[in-house]
Write a protein that binds this ligand. Structure first.
Ligand SMILES: C[S@@+](CC[C@H](N)C(=O)[O-])C[C@H]1O[C@@H](n2cnc3c(N)ncnc32)[C@H](O)[C@@H]1O
Length: 391
């Protein structure tokens, strides 16, 4: 059937209407007119598959990746970059309107790099070695456009090895080289000259040096299991937004919940009296402590533990920064933040749905400002920084 795509959902799928019923069509964008097959019928909506694009939307981009149709990764690379940003802002605006009845006008900051930006990629092995497709199958690729040439070359070198006992391999690109983190068993001898360290099932099996990444003039050592923002090129833009909203002074004691390797704490340390980070992964906490030391920062401290268990009235300072995983904040943490009525809460989020859920629950605070920082070009994922102030 012929269908005009008039909108897009928050996952980046096109939306059209046939006989008053909504049809979701993956890989189409607003303005496309397509020939569509319906392959799933639901009571309130259908899901279609594009057979042919009859008229291309003028928002459309020529997709660069030859695996676009099978790999779910760069799902909005069919939009030109300007419209990718517009899609992300509209997604955030729509979610805030729908769930909070709040009209917002976010500030938008694009990514410095739009390709080759990922410092981490995870390959899987299941008869083939590569990325996981939309249908949850491993696909063999030549290159991934989101990582650097160096990472693609290592991927080819790994493919030449016997991988039958491997489940997955994560590669992290640091400023000084590549780190391999393998789940499973394989001979790594031929890979050592291409890496700075190799880990297998949590154990270090080859070590030349620790991996580090500089953000502005701060050096971050990042262990294989520690979280680090994946788009190195745009991290300073994200953290500068936190600094802008914080308007920090040398009198401020700041708490940084979900602090990872101390990335935010150490970035803001020079503006504040003190900062305390809380993080659950021990290796990340150790990295944070080393990172404070090697950068000569003595007003940042880190403790290891579950925020849900550690957070109480005494662990909340003058300004609070939270950067939780996708699941957002737990109930107890929300209660404590509400009770404490902190002047400023800066909420960094990679999931707009849990963000609005939490903002609704943080009912002693008003949303003052919000920014969308594009950390994930070519994908529908959105990173936001919100400023909340006590009522
Ligand atoms: C989105 S990352 C943010 C890390 C850091 N702020 C950054 O910018 O690199 C979330 C972090 O929360 C940590 N985490 C997850 N659940 C946690 C919990 N219940 N308590 C403390 N930390 C947790 C993860 O290990 C991860 O380092």
């Amino acid at each position: 059937m012929r269908l005009e795509i008039t909108n897009m959902d928050h996952m980046g799928n096109g939306i059209g209407k046939k006989d008053n019923k909504i049809v979701f069509v993956p890989k189409t964008i607003t303005g496309d007119i397509c020939e569509v097959d319906i392959f799933k019928n639901n009571k309130r909506y259908d899901i279609g598959r594009v057979k042919k694009i009859l008229e291309k939307s003028n928002l459309r981009n020529d997709v660069k990746c030859k695996y676009y149709d099978i790999c779910g990764g760069c799902n909005i690379s069919n939009l030109n970059y300007e419209n990718q940003l517009l899609f992300k802002v509209n997604k955030v605006k729509n979610v805030f309107k729908k769930y909070l009845d709040s009209e917002i006008e976010p500030r938008v900051i694009g990514s410095k790099k739009q390709y080759n930006y990922r410092n981490k990629i995870t390959y899987h092995y299941d008869q083939k070695f590569g990325l996981v497709s939309i249908d949850n199958k491993v696909i063999d690729i030549d290159d991934c456009l989101l990582v650097s040439e160096k990472v693609n070359q290592l991927y080819h070198a790994i493919k030449n090895e016997d991988l039958k006992n491997v489940k997955l391999i994560a590669v992290r690109e640091c400023d000084n080289g590549l780190i391999l983190n393998i789940l499973g068993k394989m001979d790594v001898n031929k890979l050592c000259d291409k890496c700075i360290s190799i880990y297998m099932n949590g154990k270090c099996v080859f070590f030349k040096e620790d991996g580090y990444i500089y953000i502005e003039n701060i050096k971050y050592i990042v262990s294989p299991e520690s979280f680090f923002q994946v788009n190195t090129s745009n991290i300073s833009n994200l953290y500068d937004e936190i600094v802008r909203y914080g308007e920090f002074t040398k009198n401020d004691s700041v708490i940084d919940l979900y602090s990872g390797v101390g990335s935010i704490s150490l970035y803001i340390a020079k503006y504040v009296k003190s900062v305390l980070g809380i993080e659950i992964i021990l290796d990340a906490v150790k990295d944070a402590q080393v990172n404070a030391k090697i950068n000569n920062i003595d007003n940042a401290k880190f403790i290891c533990g579950d925020v849900a268990k550690l957070v109480d009235e005494n662990t909340l300072g003058d300004i609070l920064i939270v950067d939780p995983p996708r699941t957002g904040l737990d109930k107890h943490t929300i209660e404590v933040i509400n009770d404490k009525k902190i002047n400023k809460v800066i909420y960094v989020s990679c999931d707009v749905m849990t963000l609005v859920r939490d903002i609704k629950l943080l009912n002693n605070y008003n949303l003052k400002n919000i920014s969308v920082i594009d950390m994930f070009p070519q994908t529908h994922h959105v990173e936001t920084v919100c400023l909340l102030e006590t009522k």
